[in-house]
Design a protein around this ligand. Structure first.
Ligand SMILES: C[S@@+](CC[C@H](N)C(=O)[O-])C[C@H]1O[C@@H](n2cnc3c(N)ncnc32)[C@H](O)[C@@H]1O
Length: 238
């Protein structure tokens, strides 16, 4: 369904407008998003195998860390990485810090666009962030800032909800999505779901390719897909 605010996920709920930040985010997101439980693990494993971030002690940015799922995986798989975790939400940062402790991670309450960290990182992770930004220059500004924050040749793992295909199968995909939610026992307060489901701005692959190329990346390589959620590996051009 499209609204003036953007795309809303198909849900077996009526969501009121206006919402708070999520409580119980980690459980909800697993019940809502197929494959979420392995997304962070896969994203970190991909980056850890990249030419630059495979180096010992590589500097890695987690952009939009939320409650810390990617940070937990990064710590487990690559305890040597120098992690910088950013999020504009104080509540999300606090939740993440409570989970991981404040030591040994550089925490910043900021957007990527305001980070000003040109060429500082060997790799970056951005999971479920771009989807919330409108395609009015905001997505390009976000991707450009991410590309700038990387060393040339540095890679970004980008995971996002993509625009639905204009396909005769789309109604089946949406029905399957609702079936997945029911089978996962999703029964959350609609207020808690809203940041993950309302007012999203998914784009198609052609538009993503145009935006990432304009931002300074090469073409995206798709490495993950579960229904509408897709994960891409992007490399900053030299
Ligand atoms: C849906 S959550 C995803 C959190 C986490 N990456 C995960 O997968 O669970 C999106 C997060 O991106 C943050 N965010 C939104 N705009 C951002 C921006 N421009 N730069 C960095 N983070 C942003 C939000 O505050 C929120 O915590």
């Amino acid at each position: 369904m499209s609204t003036p605010l953007g795309y809303d996920l198909p849900l077996g709920y009526d969501l009121p407008l206006g919402y708070d930040l999520p409580l119980g985010y980690d459980l909800i997101v697993q019940q809502l998003i197929p494959g979420y439980a392995s997304l962070a693990r896969l994203a970190v494993a991909l980056l850890a195998a990249s030419p630059r971030a495979s180096s010992s002690g590589a500097a890695v940015l987690v952009a939009g860390c939320g409650t810390g799922a990617e940070l937990v995986e990064a710590r487990a798989q690559r305890p040597d990485w120098q992690l910088t975790a950013i999020d504009p939400s104080a509540e999300m940062l606090a939740a993440s810090q409570q989970r991981l402790g404040v030591e040994s991670i550089s925490w910043r309450q900021t957007t990527v666009e305001d980070l000003n960290a040109d060429g500082c990182f060997a790799g970056a992770l951005s999971v479920l962030v771009l989807q919330s930004l409108p395609d009015d220059g905001s997505k390009l500004a976000f991707l450009t800032a991410l590309a700038r924050s990387l060393e040339p040749g540095g890679q970004l793992v980008l995971v996002d909800l993509m625009a639905p295909e204009r396909s005769t199968l789309q109604s089946q995909v949406e029905a399957a999505w609702m079936g997945f939610q029911r089978a996962s026992g999703l029964n959350a307060d609609p207020h808690d779901l809203a940041p993950l489901t309302q007012g999203l701005h998914p784009i198609g692959e052609a538009r993503l390719t145009a935006l990432v190329n304009a931002a300074g990346f090469g073409d995206p390589a798709r490495l993950f897909q579960a229904l509408g959620y897709e994960g891409f590996l992007l490399q900053r051009r030299p």
